[in-house]
Design a protein around this ligand. Structure first.
Ligand SMILES: Nc1ncnc2c1ncn2[C@@H]1O[C@H](COP(=O)(O)OP(=O)(O)OP(=O)(O)O)[C@@H](O)[C@H]1O
Length: 227
């Protein structure tokens, strides 16, 4: 891979129009992240952290600028190609985990693999491995609504990792967990980065989590700047 960054944004702008006023969240902003880095995006409520994460995750497109992933011009992809790219390369963890109620932990974790068309047997084995990795080996057949909040968030992490994505994006991953469960999830993220060399970007107000990351970034006057 050489020195090609995993993520590169150049001259990226994004604004929202509300009634007659335009809100400039990003204005000709640049950002470069190498494979294996861990990044926290921090700052006051409303400055645009989630907007930036959504652009990085290709859930939203910038108004202008260029965006490359491992040197690939992903803004040139149409929505269908982007969806396939996203499922293969990016894992998402949100504060509210959007697990499928009524389905078991292992069925939830298998989902991204099934969408990608991989063989069910392979993906099941891998899903079980991932659940063991997040210390839920004894819970694989539990329906998700019968798991605790912390356990459900670990299922969500296992699901985000089942495709072994190059990039894990997390938006307040421990925002609704108590301190003990938060601590366990923070440690797990750091370990996954070490073991798998996975690039991790978290949006968080939690200082324990941001303190574990290699670099902290924030948004100021439309630019992405170090803290
Ligand atoms: N689709 C949209 N349309 C209009 N305004 C939007 C849209 N999405 C976000 N905004 C506005 O853009 C600003 C940045 O929102 P964003 O969610 O990125 O902030 P944030 O830093 O993640 O905040 P928080 O820490 O509270 O989650 C906010 O003022 C929000 O109201």
């Amino acid at each position: 891979m050489g020195d090609t960054p995993l993520i590169e944004l150049k001259g990226v702008s994004k604004s929202f129009v509300f009634k007659t006023a335009a809100l400039d969240i990003l204005h000709k902003a640049d950002m470069s992240i190498q494979q294996g880095e861990t990044i926290a995006i921090v700052g006051a409520s409303g400055i645009g952290k989630s907007t930036l994460l959504n652009i990085i995750g290709t859930l939203d497109r910038p108004d202008e600028g260029t965006q490359h992933f491992s040197g690939e011009d992903i803004l040139g992809y149409n929505d269908e190609k982007l969806a396939v790219f996203r499922n293969k390369n990016i894992g998402f963890v949100f504060q509210f985990h959007y697990l499928l109620q009524g389905f078991t932990a292992v069925e939830n974790v298998m989902l991204p693999g099934l969408i990608s068309g991989k063989s069910k047997k392979n993906i099941e084995k891998h899903a079980v491995n991932m659940l063991e990795r997040v210390e839920l080996g004894a819970r694989i057949e539990y329906r998700v609504e019968d798991l605790s909040g912390g356990e459900q968030q670990r299922v969500a992490i296992a699901r985000a990792l089942v495709m072994t994505p190059a990039l894990l994006l997390a938006d307040e991953p421990t925002g609704n967990l108590d301190q003990k469960n938060s601590h366990a999830v923070h440690r797990l993220l750091k370990e996954l980065n070490k073991e798998m060399g996975m690039t991790i970007i978290v949006v968080t107000h939690n200082s324990e989590l941001s303190g574990l990351m290699d670099r902290k970034l924030t948004l100021r006057d439309g630019k992405i700047v170090p803290v």
